[in-house]
Design a binder for this molecule. Structure first.
Ligand code: PRP
Ligand code: ADE
Length: 171
């Protein structure tokens, strides 16, 4: 299975100059969807993950399936004002804007080993915000797993010291 064959380039979306990596063909194809979930879960299995954290919105697509493969739970990092219970917050920058993410204060237990997950690592702002939320909650970032890494944006550098894996890398 070559997952890259199921990722579509959309030029100038959502802004001129951005080449958007559209993963909807991965999700629509049963074999590609399975390869994406299994590939990330297989990489994370030795990390002994207690909980997977995914970023709204595209981190919610594969995250729960990866968590189930690992026998782990899944927790949501959502855009501000969406989570109903008490929250903590982390600000972050995007390739094309700024935003913040919130996590329920009780979503990650102290000392739990957390897999940071998103569909795509670009500048690393979102993933660094997820890592910050995990650490604020007292959890341990055991690894960071992405379907796609835009390596030319050097997002890895924002996750210094973390164990990072992506199934498809663009240099
Ligand atoms: C995209 C993507 C990642 C993030 C990666 O989300 O799904 O979450 O950007 O970029 P970064 O590494 O530069 O932070 P987006 O903010 O477009 O939101 P969406 O998932 O709601 O579409
Ligand atoms: N998130 C940040 N940059 C992106 C890109 N180029 N394609 C899809 N999602 C993104």
């Amino acid at each position: 299975m070559n997952l890259a064959d199921h990722i579509r380039d959309i030029p100038d979306f959502p802004k001129p100059g951005i080449v958007f990596k559209d993963i909807t063909p991965v999700l629509a194809d049963p074999a590609a969807l399975d390869a994406a979930v299994q590939g990330l879960a297989d990489w994370a299995r030795p990390l002994e993950i207690d909980v997977v954290i995914g970023a709204e919105a595209r981190g919610f697509l594969l995250g729960p399936a990866i968590a189930r493969e690992l026998g782990a739970g899944f927790v949501l990092a959502r855009k501000p004002g969406k989570l109903p219970h008490e929250t903590i917050r982390a600000e972050y920058e995007l390739e094309y804007g700024t935003d913040s993410l919130e996590l329920h204060t009780d979503a990650v237990s102290r000392g739990h080993r957390v897999l940071v997950h998103d569909d795509l690592l670009a500048t690393g702002g979102t993933a660094a915000a997820l890592a910050s939320l995990v650490e604020q909650a007292g959890g341990v970032v055991a690894g960071c797993a992405f379907l796609i890494e835009l390596a030319f944006l050097a997002g890895r550098e924002r996750l210094a010291g973390a164990d990072i894996h992506a199934l498809v890398r663009y240099d």
